[in-house]
Ligand binder design. Structure first.
Ligand code: REX
Length: 369
């Protein structure tokens, strides 16, 4: 089923696709069974096939890394989630009522500046490909628009929130976000494929190229691999691999990155569309078989990422298609979640799913395995 989803994505216009499942039996110390699938090309120019170890731009999966750093700072007593952002960054936001928790849960009402920036997908991308922004410049872009809601009143997904998160990390620690990602997550988990190179434009080592689909679908794909990703920074500029994202999410949901109290805060869910909920920098997807999975999606020019794990982190899936701005491919890639966590639909597992759905009311918190 996983390979079938990747084949469909390539038939629908992605040059290539990859997926990797890490499956632990009873505990993280078990040797994981690894399943991989690949389809199509990593590099159209060189005619190089996709490899499941290829690195790529993970887009908003970066938000989960940023949230982990801030929740560790909360655990250390250096940050109060319910304090005003302006307490730490005086004058950054136009409303003192906006809290850190609202920012991490996309409930601040701060407009997403990327709507304007990428209204025209290719021209918008080329205009920022080599630009370097400060956090304050990106927040200023957002503030040209009215807020989408009063602080805390509604969920409204916005990159601006995680630009604020990056500014908070740098203010509280006195270090660039890169140092905090490295010291708190990348080095302890030995994520040797994970890099924050901003404002450098290249992906180190063997990687998939990313191909942006123009709005005029008859036009040729645009190789968008090389960019500063400065428009995204702490909201979306990390580079990683399927192996590293699986390790990261297994560690997070397995309780090895945050104390229980902060992991619980991260999993305070609010509805975010049908079958979806958002915590703090963490998405929940409720699958057709009654299983819920935890992680994030990512979209940067040329790369669609899905990275999710089971409730206790024992089974993780990362899937990538190396195109973007192609809604058909994006929804096909969602099928990798169904394939990895629900498997082929049979009468037996449909019955098990119904039983599990009856035991856990929809939308209820489901901490633990
Ligand atoms: C920017 C435009 C997309 C992409 C964006 N990405 O906001 C963030 C992210 C970092 O990953 N968010 C997604 C471009 C939603 C997530 O959380 O999964 N689109 C493209 C356009 C549209 O240019 N005109 O598809 O490459």
């Amino acid at each position: 089923a996983l390979a079938g989803a990747l084949r469909t994505a390539v038939a629908q216009g992605a040059p290539g696709a990859l997926a990797r499942i890490d499956d632990h039996r009873a505990s993280y110390d078990d040797h994981a069974t690894v399943h991989t699938a690949v389809e199509g090309l990593a590099d159209r120019g060189a005619g190089e096939a996709m490899d499941s170890a290829d690195r790529f731009r993970i887009g908003s999966v970066t938000k989960t890394f940023s949230a982990v750093v801030l929740l560790q700072l909360a655990a250390e007593g250096r940050l109060d989630l319910d304090a005003s952002v302006n307490r730490y960054l005086p004058g950054l936001l136009p409303d003192d009522r906006i809290t850190v928790r609202q920012v991490l849960g996309h409930r601040s009402g701060l407009y997403d500046y990327t709507y304007d920036m990428f209204a025209q997908s290719v021209a918008g991308f080329e205009a920022v490909r080599t630009k370097v922004f400060t956090y304050r410049e990106l927040v200023a872009e957002s503030l040209r628009h009215p807020r989408t809601n009063a602080p805390g009143a509604a969920y409204s997904y916005s990159n601006t929130n995680f630009v604020v998160a990056g500014a908070l990390i740098e203010k509280l620690t006195g270090h660039p976000v890169r140092t905090e990602y490295e010291q708190r997550i990348i080095e302890p988990l030995k994520l040797t494929d994970t890099f924050y190179v901003h404002p450098d434009t290249t992906i180190p080592g063997r990687h998939a190229h990313g191909y942006l689909t123009p709005d005029d679908t008859k036009a040729a794909l645009v190789d968008a691999t090389e960019q500063t990703a400065s428009w995204a920074q702490s909201a979306g500029a990390l580079i990683s691999s399927a192996r590293d994202l699986n390790t990261f999410l297994s560690a997070l949901l397995g309780g090895r990155l945050l104390p229980a109290a902060q992991l619980d805060q991260m999993r305070q869910w609010l509805p975010a569309g049908p079958g979806q909920a958002y915590g703090l920098g963490l998405r929940r997807r409720d699958l057709s078989c009654g299983v819920s999975v935890y992680g994030h999606t990512g979209v940067v020019q040329g790369f669609y990422t899905y990275a999710f794990t089971s409730a206790g982190g024992l089974r993780s899936l990362t899937a990538l298609a190396n195109t973007s701005n192609n809604a058909t491919v994006q929804s096909t890639m969602q099928a990798t979640l169904e394939a990895a966590f629900c498997g082929k639909q049979t009468k037996a597992n449909a019955a098990a799913a119904a039983e599990s759905a009856a035991a856990v009311p929809a939308g209820a918190d489901d901490f633990g395995q």
